[in-house]
Design a binder for this molecule. Structure first.
Ligand SMILES: Nc1ncnc2c1ncn2[C@@H]1O[C@H](COP(=O)(O)OP(=O)(O)OP(=O)(O)O)[C@@H](O)[C@H]1O
Length: 332
């Protein structure tokens, strides 16, 4: 059985979505957002600005006070909440695994609710455990307390994918994990995304994470007011207003290095890098190229396409490439 995309991903439209809590708190004033099929959209903004409220309205853990949520064109706000949740994977910071159930039973939760045959559930859970790097032979029979925090998070991710949902909601999924494991889990998420393309809304307060994982980033201010909705490169090159500029902060230039590719047509002859210069691949970012120069104590790198050197890039070229990327990037 193929564990990867069976159901197509679905586009999501938030249409003038609103939430006022019973005590009168306006958590979401009126938010409209288009999320493309198979894309990862990150919601980011200051604490208390309404990110989790927005996310939890999509799977109706919180009932909207107004507006609509269209998933693949149909209105989620009028769907049966239980049925809706079976088509939406949900990953949260504290994972929420059932402590008295094995890893396999945890991952099989939704397929069991859907009445799948036992054998099909076992096959599916074992494949997903393999996919998230926890081979079933070793981990399926363990209980959550017999796993590390990062491993529990992976089980949570496998569980969210079990019934092949069209949509994934992730609320601070990596924030309870230490920085080293967080980096690994983020890398794994990127790898899994290639295999399992789900429309994903991810909430984080970590800008680096947003830039690394998001196809698009929605920057929100209090009451979930949308300040800018753009790709990471656009956001960093052209913050839409002073709120976004302040939110991104002074590391904007450095962060832009990691979203700007090496310019294929702006390279010098490879020989100009000199003997023994460090090598990077043509698909690398300016950050990787600059990092390789710093690590080797050299002023240039050789850029290779496979085994073939296609040119050289100097530290000064990095600066020029960054400046011209700002000009080339279309306005958000
Ligand atoms: N059940 C509730 N009743 C009243 N107000 C609430 C309730 N839940 C959340 N709020 C308020 O709604 C606002 C938005 O909360 P929410 O949890 O969505 O923010 P957030 O951006 O996810 O915050 P954080 O980044 O700190 O997790 C906050 O002012 C919060 O205090």
């Amino acid at each position: 059985m193929d564990v990867t995309a069976k159901h197509d991903a679905a586009p999501i439209t938030l249409d003038r979505l609103r939430k006022v809590y019973p005590d009168g708190t306006v958590a979401v004033e009126e938010l409209s957002l288009e999320i493309g099929s198979g894309e990862v959209t990150v919601l980011i903004g200051p604490s208390g600005c309404g990110k989790s409220t927005v996310l939890r309205m999509v799977n109706r853990l919180i009932e909207p006070s107004g507006g609509r949520i269209l998933i693949d064109g149909s209105d989620a706000t009028t769907a049966d909440p239980n049925e809706l949740r079976r088509t939406i994977g949900y990953v949260i910071q504290s994972v929420g695994l059932f402590p008295h159930q094995t890893v396999r039973a945890n991952v099989g939760t939704v397929p069991r609710m859907l009445g799948w045959e036992k054998r099909r559930i076992t096959e599916r859970t074992d494949e997903l455990l393999e996919l998230v790097g926890l081979p079933a032979g070793q981990y399926a029979k363990r209980y959550p307390h017999e796993l590390s925090g990062g491993q529990r998070q992976r089980v949570g991710f496998a569980r969210a994918l079990a019934a092949d949902p069209r949509v994934l909601l992730m609320d601070e999924p990596f924030s309870a994990v230490d920085p080293i494991n967080r980096g690994r889990l983020q890398d794994e998420f990127l790898r899994l995304r290639e295999a399992v393309r789900k429309t994903t809304i991810l909430v984080t307060h970590d800008l680096q994470e947003a830039i690394k994982l998001g196809d698009r980033i929605a920057v929100l201010s209090d009451h979930a007011q949308l300040q800018q909705y753009a790709t990471p490169a656009e956001l960093l090159a052209r913050p839409g207003n002073t709120f976004v500029e302040r939110f991104i902060g002074e590391d904007r230039g450095i962060m832009r290095l990691s979203v700007t590719p090496i310019p294929a047509d702006g390279l010098r002859p490879a020989a100009e890098a000199g003997d023994g210069a460090p090598v990077v691949s043509s698909g690398a970012t300016l950050r990787e190229a600059f990092g390789a120069m710093l690590a080797a104590g050299r002023g240039a790198v050789v850029v290779r396409d496979g085994d073939t050197p296609i040119g050289a890039l100097t530290a000064a070229d990095v600066q020029v490439a960054l400046a011209s990327a700002a000009v080339d990037t279309p306005a958000a």
